[in-house]
Design a binder for this molecule. Structure first.
Ligand SMILES: [Zn+2]
Ligand SMILES: [Zn+2]
Length: 335
């Protein structure tokens, strides 16, 4: 097994991955002077960095969430050099603007996937496999039990529930960045052209997606509408709103939730979810392992999730792997 030299210039720390020659951190969980950010989710994009390098979409998302940030936009495919390290961003297929980061230094190619998925998603650019020596990957759903069903099946369940409850409504819990827009775009793809009612917390992010060329159809704020107006409707809200006072204004809501974690019955029960929709923006077990077989990196470093199971699988397939223990990378709502 060839041994890579990347460990001499890339240092995994609990709060992020440090690229020593470039003096830059990747997705650091605390504020640093120079940060490379894979995507806008809160567990990857923190506020308070000196300078951020990210895709233009991710910078826009960070500006929306944190106010104005210093940032250098790096469009997909464009590269720049930082003290002998060539750095470029490539689509990760996770949410709008999400990127894998390719680091080239000392004759080695290292890919940091960030979060990724390989399924079609009308709201973001598709994952591109990038040849590499070292793959630094996530493993959020790194157990064989996690095989995400086709999204069309889950959207069909949502539409059927709506048709069966025209006197009430269906409220779907969906993470405000990415999942909500994907659910809405997939409803449109399935031919649903009625207005979709949204929680106020989603408006600006939906506007941002539309401004970046992702059409979502007619969206109406659910807040302030009379119960009668919401009957027969589909309402999309952040997961945290499902069980709070906000949801009480809805007419006889059927509670749905869109998350890869909905594969786990206990999680659905904990959240009082009547209609679990297994819709994930992360690679499932098959996508993770197929990606490893496709890229066949000399070494795999696993950043978060089920690092043990994926590490074991790598061993069985003669792929050298080890787990990094990064902190603050689990965001259940994001699943
Ligand atoms: Zn994410
Ligand atoms: Zn994440």
């Amino acid at each position: 097994m060839p041994r890579t030299a990347a460990q001499h210039w890339i240092e995994p720390h609990p709060h992020g991955i440090f690229v020593r020659p470039a003096d830059m951190w990747i997705d650091p969980s605390q504020a640093v002077e120079r940060a490379l950010v894979t995507h806008g989710h809160a567990d990857h994009a923190r506020s308070g960095h000196g300078t951020v390098w990210a895709t233009p979409e991710t910078l826009a998302i960070m500006a929306l969430r944190y106010g104005t940030e210093m940032g250098t936009p790096v469009p997909y495919g464009d590269g720049f050099e930082a003290n002998g390290v060539k750095i470029s961003f490539h689509p990760a297929g996770h949410v709008l603007g999400s990127a894998q980061i390719l680091l080239e230094h000392a004759g080695e190619r290292v890919i940091v996937t960030g979060d990724y998925k390989r399924r079609h998603d009308p709201t973001c650019a598709a994952f591109e496999p990038v040849a590499c020596d070292v793959l630094i990957t996530e493993a959020t759903f790194g157990l064989p039990v996690f095989n995400h069903p086709p999204i069309e099946d889950e959207i069909r369940k949502l539409l059927d529930a709506r048709d069966a409850h025209l006197d009430g409504c269906v409220v779907v819990g969906a993470y405000a960045l990415g999942k909500a827009q994907r659910v809405i775009a997939e409803l449109r793809r399935a031919g649903y052209d009625a207005p979709v009612y949204i929680h106020g917390a989603m408006q600006k992010m939906c506007d941002l997606y539309e401004a970046h060329g992702v059409p979502l159809g007619e969206l109406i704020p659910a807040t302030g509408l009379a119960k009668g107006e919401l009957r027969g409707g589909i309402v999309v809200a952040p997961p945290s709103a499902l069980n709070d006072r906000w949801a009480r204004r809805l007419p006889e809501p059927v509670t749905a939730m869109a998350s890869g974690w909905m594969r786990v019955r206990q999680r659905a029960r904990q959240r009082n979810v009547e209609l679990p929709l297994v819709i994930s923006d992360h690679a499932d077990w098959n996508e993770l392992t197929e990606t490893l077989l496709e890229l066949r990196p000399s070494e795999t470093w696993i950043t978060h999730g089920r690092t043990d199971a994926l590490g074991r699988w790598c061993e069985l397939h003669q792929l050298k792997a080890h787990a990094l223990d990064l902190v603050g990378r689990e965001d259940e709502d994001e699943g």
